[in-house]
Ligand binder design. Structure first.
Ligand code: PAF
Length: 288
């Protein structure tokens, strides 16, 4: 019955739950793709994967205020709902959930989540409260939709680790599917924030991934500390770029490592300020 229907766009939790209940009655598998909109090919890859792996795909488009610790960042976050819905319909999404902040937070959300070290290091340290806000919204979405699978992009590598911990802790019983970073041809990781870069900033931003990629070969003959230093110095040498942090961590716990043998899987996670505004760009790379 639902296979060829048009995509539904709903704004209230009640409408969303009614649709979800009908899908559950029909024993349909449900994939959830949480987004903050301003969709690009990175999001499209998550939606396409969900459409392939589930009978129903719910995409949420909600700029979640509780995960922003900077009012200007929240105000300037790009909002393009109409274009997003067109893209999602073309990709075969079943439902778009695009609520207002009042719909999601009729009362302030006082719940607090704590999954150290995943949520205390790196982004957790530089953006206090950020992951608490992410857990608030993602847990609500998991409760409303009760998906079989949730799809998240590996650009936000740390976010996936935190959400995995939360999903295990609260026994949501869904599969967290992590999807590879999608990049521009010049290597820049796709991000909704890229639209905020000036032409000049856009030119220099690919230097981030270039340094990360080069550091993989470099790491074969150098220590963790030397590799970190090489990445930071290479990027800081580009005028207009400034590394906020570069950490080489155990890919599962996100604890920093000092020796390549300290973890089975090792990831380098970076945040760089680009330009005068500045725009904060994040990226990551796998070492092993
Ligand atoms: O990754 C994002 O866009 C957001 O953090 C998420 C998961 C949609 C929660 O607001």
């Amino acid at each position: 019955m639902y296979a060829r229907r048009n995509m539904e766009i709903v704004k209230t939790v009640a409408e969303l739950k009614t649709l979800v209940a009908a899908f559950k009655d029909e024993k349909k598998t449900i994939g959830l793709v949480p987004t903050m909109g301003a969709l690009h090919r990175g999001h499209a890859s998550l939606v396409s994967r969900s459409v392939k792996e589930n009978e129903v795909t719910v995409v949420s488009v909600f700029v979640n205020p509780t995960q922003f610790n900077d009012k200007n960042d929240l105000a300037n976050y790009p909002r393009t709902l109409e274009a997003d819905c067109q893209l999602l319909e073309g990709l075969g999404a079943t439902v778009v959930f695009a609520p207002t902040p009042e719909e999601i937070y009729p009362e302030p959300d006082t719940r607090s989540f704590s999954y150290p070290p995943t949520d205390t290091v790196m982004e957790g340290a530089f953006r206090p409260g950020h992951f608490n806000g992410v857990c608030q919204i993602v847990s609500k979405l998991f409760m409303y939709v009760e998906p079989d699978r949730g799809y998240f992009g590996e650009k936000d590598f740390q976010q996936i680790a935190v959400i995995r911990r939360m999903a295990e802790d609260l026994k949501f019983g869904l599969e967290i599917v992590s999807c590879p970073i999608v990049r521009e041809e010049d290597g820049l990781a796709l991000s909704s924030r890229n639209t905020l870069l000036t032409a000049d900033e856009r030119q220099i931003a690919p230097a981030i991934y270039k340094a990360l990629k080069e550091s993989v070969a470099f790491s074969k003959t150098h220590t963790v500390e030397e590799t970190k230093q090489m990445v930071v110095e290479t990027i800081n040498a580009v005028e207009g770029l400034e590394v906020q942090y570069y950490e080489i961590v155990d890919a599962k716990t996100l604890a920093s490592i000092t020796d390549w043998n300290m973890a089975e899987h090792v990831q380098g996670c970076i945040t760089v300020f680009c330009g005068k505004t500045p725009i904060r760009l994040i990226d990551n790379i796998n070492y092993k």
